[in-house]
Design a protein around this ligand. Sequence first.
Ligand code: HEC
Ligand code: HEC
Length: 241
Amino acid sequence: MHEDGSAAFEVPARTPVYFQAIDAKGHVVQTMRSWPTLQPGETFNCVGCHEDKNEAPPIGKMSMAMKAGIKKLEPFYDISGQRFGFPKIIQPIFNAKCVSCHKDANGIDLQATKVWSQKEKKNWNQAYLSLVLNHTKSKTANDINSKHINWLSSQSQPSVIPAYTAGSSKSGLLTMLEKGHRGVTMTREEMDKLAAWIDLVVNHRPDLLDIRLKLSFRNTGHLLANAAELLGLTTPGDTPA
Ligand code: HEC
Ligand code: HEC
């Protein structure tokens, strides 16, 4: 984003795009909770929805983004184009930096141990449950708090909500790691990935299709299981016994 607040960039066609304003620390400021999906060649403007419908943008000075030209999206470390799931992207950070101390079931267990939920018919990583379980909605219902993490609620009010209402910047876990925790050194990449996970609203699976395929192949046998594997939709060792 340029100094005058403008931005112009190219996005992949026929792909839902999620807009999130991020600060210098990689923490979310605000999120657009609905998403556009553009067709090839289509252009799209923020002006028109984010102002009064009877107002036109001021004529005259060109924005810095228009002068600089349309940019390509920059890759996000080694995971651009991949589906963002907890077991593949977040768990390795905990394995490398946390489990040497956090493998005690009485404290905070951050291990990759699979925990099968009969109710949800899926496996969860123990580390995920340790951080996300036992959460409550805030008074405004815009954000959700567990003891260590805060994230945007899917039930948040539809009107615009103030900057820094929810997410990584309000998550005690990140503040604790930034300040320094038991001599652990975190890289910028690890911190950015943790923030991205929280700001994508603490997902476990990379996508819903994955869950649905899993559910159906529990009923219809190997055919769909093979299809899921061919499509790369399963994580090794992730399939319930
Ligand atoms: C050298 C050992 C050590 C390492 C490495 C370590 N921790 Fe801790 N951590 C502790 C101890 C000790 C406590 C306090 C006792 C407890 O709550 O388990 C603690 C507490 C915590 C708490 C609870 C804080 C609170 O106030 O309730 C969280 C969350 C946490 N650690 C997360 C992490 C994460 C995430 C990592 C890796 C990025 C990590 N820790 C790495 C030793 C460690
Ligand atoms: C089709 C209409 C439309 C367009 C075009 C649009 N937005 Fe939005 N935007 C909305 C609506 C409605 C909301 C409030 C509900 C929501 O979050 O989806 C919103 C919310 C947001 C928010 C979050 C504000 C909050 O609630 O905290 C941001 C940030 C945002 N938009 C950025 C953008 C950007 C950047 C663009 C252009 C690239 C854009 N929007 C284009 C309709 C639009």
